[in-house]
Every structure is written in structure tokens, then in C-alpha cells.
Design a protein around this ligand. Structure first.
Ligand SMILES: C[S@@+](CC[C@H](N)C(=O)[O-])C[C@H]1O[C@@H](n2cnc3c(N)ncnc32)[C@H](O)[C@@H]1O
Ligand SMILES: [Zn+2]
Length: 299
């Protein structure tokens, strides 16, 4: 018997052994290892177990979920600036593709995708409830153990997830597994540069955001992604615009600037120019890496 709550049985699989699932009385079972998965508030829960580090991450994300968008995107300039990130990430993704949003949070990027077939995955139930409330289609799972069949998605997008992970290589490998050969993967993440390190060092006396959140060097991100994908393009972004527009909930410098519309355009234009200058552009706050899964069986 198939419950309509488990509407994705054609793409879902056991996160542990990747075998098919069968649904009985609202719960799903792995036909091979018999693992059982429940619906929690209508959200399929595929989290197998959580290390103390992951449990802590879930706790932190659950706590920030409710105010995640209302604080960061409360000001028009911050919302508009972050919408620009989405536009850059989603550039070139054709309509009506099957898309996976890894570490979807409240669905901020999922909602910007021009497709009816977007699945969001996250570990935080509070984030997922908010995403679902906003109309996103979501499941709960660890990005390193996806409850998904291989070779099903046309695109995988992931914004600001990798630096949260202890072993980001497992999530990258899973992203590659579930992508169709020739499919696109787009990762937006932090960039450890002079510009992004100095304020963090002054504020926290360390290069990373916290003990568990890394500030990834571009070389590390590149190595991680090139192990699984062909890297097609890199966009470095965020020089003046990010610290001034991007997190007014922490520091709101922009409120003191005159002629706001003009200042916004000026800041984003200066950033766009810097992002085109080789080598100098690497001193950015963020990186977007556009990848493709090889169509070659070997890899
Ligand atoms: C900075 S938020 C980004 C959310 C969203 N992508 C966005 O741009 O608004 C990072 C997200 O990654 C999720 N996350 C952290 N570790 C994860 C894991 N192991 N598997 C899946 N999601 C995870 C967190 O719960 C959080 O929602
Ligand atoms: Zn199984």
C-alpha cells in the first residue's frame, strides 16, 4: 500500500543501503535492510543517527530557523543582495528540471528555482517546517547519506552548506551520486581570503566562524569538488557589497549611507568589476563553483 504522503517513492531510496522503500501505514521500510522511516509533521524523516557534532548543528539550526529569514532579509537591500546570489547560482538551469537543494534551510534558494520539481534536504526539522510552510517540498536527511536513488536529478544546488560539515567530501560524493550523468551541480560557499578572515579574526580571534563552521579556502573547495565533478566555472563574489549589505542583522553600515538606491547600485557594480579581475578576485567573501557530472562511466 502506498501512502500519498510518500509521493516521491520513485526517487526515494534507503539512505543506508540505497534499496527500494515500501510504505505501510504511513511509515516507509527498506525492502533490504528493513530500516523504518517515519513522517514527522508530514516530513519524511531519513536521519539515521547523529554524531554529537551533528546533534549540536541541528540544535543550533533549529534555534535560528524561526527568525532565519525575518532577521537577515528584513531590510530591502539585504534581501535584494541575497536574491542576486540566487540569480548567479541558478543562471543556466533550464526550466522544469528535477532539482535537489542540499542543505535547503527554510527554502530560500529552492523558492527561487524556476521548476515545480525541487526537493529540499536538510537536517534541521525547524528549518524544514518553515520551508514546508512556504510551499517547499522537503525531506529530512544528512547530506552525507541521502535517501535518494542514484542518477535522478538534473541539477543539485547547495548554498552555504559545505562549511557546516565535518566531512564535506561525503556530501559532495552523494551530490554526484544522485545527479544524472551530465547533470549540473552548483555550490555557493565561503571563501577564506584576507577580506573575510580579518574581521572574523578581530571578532572571534579565529579564522573560522566557530569550532564547527569552517571558512573554506578556495583550494580546499576546488579539491573537494574536482574529486567528483568537472569544474566548469568559478565566480568569486562579495568584496564591499557583502559586508555592507549582506548581514544588517549583525552590522548595518548601509543604513548610514546616503542615496540608498544609488549606493546599492554602486556597491554591486564595484563588486562585479572586482570579480572580473584575475587573482585579485580571489580575495572575496564567497565563491560559487559551477560543476558538471561526467557522462563517462569511469568518471
Ligand atoms: C547557512 S544555512 C543555509 C540554508 C539555505 N541553503 C540558504 O541559503 O538559506 C546551512 C543549512 O545547512 C543545514 N545542514 C547542516 N548540516 C547538514 C547536514 N549534515 N545535512 C544536511 N543539511 C545540513 C543546516 O541545518 C542549515 O539549514
Ligand atoms: Zn536499507
Amino acid at each position: 500500500m502506498t501512502s500519498e504522503m510518500w509521493q516521491d517513492l520513485d526517487i526515494l531510496a534507503c539512505p543506508s543501503c540505497h534499496a527500494d522503500l515500501s510504505v505501510v501505514d504511513q511509515a516507509a521500510f527498506c525492502v533490504k535492510c528493513t530500516a523504518r522511516f517515519e513522517l514527522v509533521d508530514g516530513i519524511p524523516d531519513f536521519l539515521l543517527s547523529a554524531s554529537s557534532r551533528l546533534a549540536n548543528e541541528i540544535k543550533v539550526q533549529d534555534e535560528v530557523a524561526e527568525n532565519y529569514e525575518s532577521l537577515r532579509y528584513a531590510k530591502w537591500y539585504s534581501r535584494k543582495y541575497h536574491e542576486m546570489w540566487n540569480t548567479w547560482m541558478l543562471e543556466g538551469l533550464a526550466e522544469s528540471q528535477i532539482v535537489l537543494d542540499l542543505g535547503c534551510g527554510t527554502g530560500w534558494v529552492s523558492r527561487a528555482v524556476n521548476s515545480d520539481c525541487v526537493l529540499g534536504v536538510d537536517v534541521s526539522m525547524h528549518m524544514l517546517r518553515e520551508a514546508r510552510r512556504q510551499g517547499c517540498h522537503v525531506v529530512r536527511a544528512d547530506a552525507a547519506k541521502l535517501p535518494l536513488r542514484s542518477d535522478v536529478f538534473d541539477a543539485v544546488i547547495s548554498r552555504s552548506l559545505l562549511h557546516h560539515l565535518e566531512h564535506p567530501q561525503f556530501a559532495v560524493a552523494e551530490a554526484a551520486r544522485v545527479l544524472k550523468p551530465g547533470g549540473k551541480a552548483v555550490f555557493l560557499d565561503t571563501n577564506r581570503s584576507l577580506l573575510s578572515t580579518l574581521p572574523r579574526f578581530l571578532a572571534y580571534r579565529q579564522n573560522n566562524f566557530s569550532e564547527t563552521h569552517q571558512n573554506l579556502r578556495f583550494s580546499r573547495l576546488h579539491n573537494l569538488l574536482s574529486a567528483e565533478f568537472q569544474i566548469e566555472r568559478v565566480r568569486f563574489f562579495g568584496y564591499l557589497a557583502y559586508p555592507i549589505l549582506g548581514f544588517p542583522d549583525l552590522i548595518d553600515i548601509f543604513q548610514y549611507l546616503p542615496a540608498k538606491r544609488f549606493s546599492f547600485t554602486l556597491l554591486t557594480s564595484v563588486d562585479a568589476t572586482i570579480s572580473r579581475i584575475p587573482l585579485i578576485n580571489r580575495q572575496s567573501w564567497g565563491t560559487i563553483v559551477f560543476c558538471r557530472k561526467s557522462t563517462d562511466e569511469k568518471g
